[in-house]
Design a binder for this molecule. Sequence first.
Ligand SMILES: [Zn+2]
Length: 345
Amino acid sequence: MWPPTTLPLVLHIPHAGTAIPSAVLDQFLSLEQIHQTVFDLTDWYTNELFRIPGCLRVETPISRVVVDTERYIDDALESAARFGQGVIYTHTHTHTHTDTDTDTQSHSHSHSHSHSHTTLPLRRRASRPLRRKISEEERTELLNQYYTPWHLKLGNDVEEQRNRFGYCVIIDCHSFPSIPLPTEVSSLNPRPDICIGTSSTNTPSWLEDAMLSGFRKLGYRCESNAPFSGSMVPSKFEGDPNVLSVMIEINRDLYLEPEDKIHSFASNRRLTLNHSENSPSQSPLVGNAALTERFTAPQNQNHSESQELGTIRQPKKGERFELLRNQITALLLAIAQEAECRLGQ
Ligand SMILES: [Zn+2]
């Protein structure tokens, strides 16, 4: 288990999970497509890169492909819903035909609740369907199972840290592929090593500066709010001077094996399927303990992942993985210290 909380940080890690619970598998159109989508869209190993003892953590073994907790619940507010990747994905990130249209009309804005993958300029082309049409009841069930408890836990953790320390720093932890997804239009080429995202209401300039200069001193190419922008802040804490938030997006080229930098969406290669040994079923969870269990379980724990689906292929960690993890840990400890100096009682 984690040691007792000693740091005023909440690590928000929404995209490290890869599990597709068997209960929702029938919503998807093809097993192969699930494998490719999960492989391409998972923020691989961010639950390990941001493994800092003494913090509160919000994480899940469930894939974002099931429900993306970093999206607005209302598709009308969510720019990614335009290409079928709102809170509940209906389409993949690949396209049904060869692209000829490169509509570059920008659609970029920063908001504090949602972030990054939703705040990009997006190409308007036909994405490939991923999911069958689901009923209102199925949508409600997905949100009740995976979205609402996530945000309750996030809100509770922030509150708990603020009560304990007088303030709290949310670290919104992500990674991104070095090649833009087909659904993105990126003017940045090459993409930076690290992208820092800020909230207009909850990221003071000292926090943004400390992140940028901290990573730059280590030799990384850093950008602020490019190619992704924003940082997660629960709406009830928007503008709270004692609740800070900053997003860290790590380029996956920094920490994955070279062979796994060949992205399937770019190379169109087929993924190898392995079959898992067991698939224990998950009993319904309720209450706060259940929230903690559901969202802090190690990623490799098998959450009733379907045998039919098989094991999602994982990219290999590169040789710089441990170094990067140590650097992130050291930087976040320094951030916690700086926050203590500025906000501590
Ligand atoms: Zn992410």
